[in-house]
Design a protein around this ligand. Structure first.
Ligand SMILES: Cc1cc2nc3c(=O)[nH]c(=O)nc-3n(C[C@H](O)[C@H](O)[C@H](O)COP(=O)(O)OP(=O)(O)OC[C@H]3O[C@@H](n4cnc5c(N)ncnc54)[C@H](O)[C@@H]3O)c2cc1C
Length: 446
């Protein structure tokens, strides 16, 4: 019996552990932290909940048991993520990024790096250990992130450089947007995985690699970013000024393959982002349904008895169901194919995040003007839902481009996902759409 949507007892347990944590621990801090104007203080307000998540095996549940992690499958991970995101997707993003930072160490690191870094992450007595993953860069001309795999050399594409100098790499440049990187005090996470340009003469498919930057590295500073959504996770700018790291902090298997790391990472997180959108839409839908069942809008009966209200909420519920099972499929695919899902992860993320943004707005339309009153939370749901399509590898410049690259590949089998066949993601599927058919102009001429 292959297709069966019933959760196993283990899966149900993971879901219930996460639900209990979300509803009884995390929910206590969400409103106050979300209202806090200082983004670093907002993040710090979540620290006790994070420590509790750590103790309950949630913070590093995605890492393999062999290195002290929870050994969750990707299916189990997203079952837990839905529960946490229904309460706060920003907090869940902090946990997600622990995975984006450390799974590449598992995929491509040396045994020494795995033991040192994953071992530290999973054996911290304070329970506050946190990791960042820094690929994204600041806007500018050139600047930004979407064209990280452009075949052109520096300064187009990824701008942070890492020059080898004896037993060290020396980093210069800026990252912008990564969350967690500044840690609990804005002085640095315990470790940050940073995608850098190890060869400025080469393009994005040959010149990128990933390095580990540990807390306390001289020449690294952080500035926190004040964003409108996901306020419980801390986004930061990182500035590298002749920051020297040991050469053995290069993740060897990523040398010249930082492009593949970015694609694999933002595909692994595809169903996590997809299910985050499910969680937020679910919260908005449940709140709207409760409202419609109890509020009359001046009529002699609750609003749910109006046809439009029932139709719209029914459509929203259908979309949530459809997206949830697409996420399960994508996570299952990634479990089955050695943590690869470059195609399905991107399709899943774009589809769910865009479909469900509209569903949150539909819930607001149904509730009406009272959805604009902050005390009813719909404005928070909308702010959170608006982040999904633009974070975690933007849907336009990164995720759809990956899908395009695969579909344009001559050997692509259009039934591969349906048949659960492995779609190998290769470098010749990259660079697509990175150079538009216009002559490059200097900013002054744009
Ligand atoms: C809450 C949150 C958490 C985040 N966490 C992290 C993190 O932990 N680590 C990290 O590295 N980043 C993180 N980010 C950044 C995030 O991953 C962004 O998705 C990423 O920076 C890419 O954004 P972008 O595509 O808009 O990039 P940009 O380069 O700014 O592109 C801007 C826009 O230009 C257009 N565009 C550009 N090039 C193309 C093209 N070739 N084809 C088509 N359209 C194009 C697209 O419309 C694109 O959206 C986070 C962001 C947020 C909001």
């Amino acid at each position: 019996m292959a297709i069966d949507f019933t959760l196993t007892p283990e899966q149900k347990k993971v879901q219930m552990v996460a639900r209990d944590f979300a509803e009884n621990v995390l929910a206590q801090v969400v409103r106050e932290a979300d209202r806090e104007p200082d983004p670093l203080k907002a993040f710090q307000l979540t620290k006790p909940a994070y420590v509790e998540a750590y103790k309950r095996g949630i913070a590093f549940g995605m890492l393999p048991k062999e290195y002290g992690g929870g050994g969750l499958t990707n299916i189990e991970l997203i079952l837990a993520a839905e529960e946490i995101c229904a309460v706060d997707p920003g907090f869940a993003c902090t946990v997600l990024v622990n995975g984006l930072a450390l799974l590449p160490v598992w995929y491509w690191g040396t045994e020494e790096q795995k033991k040192r870094i994953m071992g530290a992450a999973t054996s911290d007595s304070s329970g506050a250990w946190i990791a960042g993953y820094a690929a994204s860069e600041p806007p500018g001309s050139p600047g930004g992130t979407a064209n990280f795999d452009t075949p052109l050399p520096h300064p187009v594409g990824i701008g942070v450089t890492a020059r080898q100098d004896g037993d060290s790499y020396v980093l210069n440049g800026r990252k912008y947007w990564p969350c967690n990187v500044g840690g609990w005090d804005g002085e640095g996470a315990d470790v940050n995985l940073v995608v850098v340009r190890t060869d400025p003469e080469k393009g994005g498919t040959e010149g990128l690699s990933a390095v580990l930057v540990e807390r306390g590295t001289p020449g690294v500073t952080y500035n926190i970013i004040d964003s409108f959504g996901h306020r419980l996770t801390p986004n930061s700018e990182i500035i590298f000024e002749d920051a020297r790291i040991p050469a053995n902090n290069l993740i060897e298997g990523t040398f010249g393959n930082g492009d593949l790391l970015i694609n694999r990472n933002f595909a692994w997180s595809g169903p996590v982002a997809g299910i985050a959108a499910v969680g937020v839409a679910r919260a908005a839908y449940e709140a709207a349904l409760t409202w419609a069942r109890t509020y009359t809008a001046g009529a002699p009966h609750p609003m749910i008895h109006f046809q439009n209200v029932g139709y719209v909420l029914g459509d929203v519920a259908a979309r949530i169901e459809a997206c949830r099972y697409f996420c399960w499929k994508a996570a299952h695919y990634i479990d089955e194919h050695g943590y690869h899902g470059e195609l399905i992860g991107a399709m899943n993320k774009t589809y769910c995040t865009e479909t469900l943004f509209d569903s949150v707005y539909k819930c607001m339309q149904v509730v009406g003007v009272n959805s604009a009153d902050k005390k009813h939370m719909f404005e928070k749901y909308l702010r959170e839902a608006a982040i999904f399509p633009i974070y975690d590898g933007g849907n336009f410049g990164m995720q759809r481009r990956r899908v395009h690259g695969v579909l344009a590949s001559p050997g692509f089998n259009p039934r591969a996902l349906m048949d659960n066949e492995f779609v190998e993601f290769t470098k010749d599927m990259e660079t697509i759409d990175t150079i538009a058919h216009v002559e490059a102009k200097s900013p002054a001429h744009i």
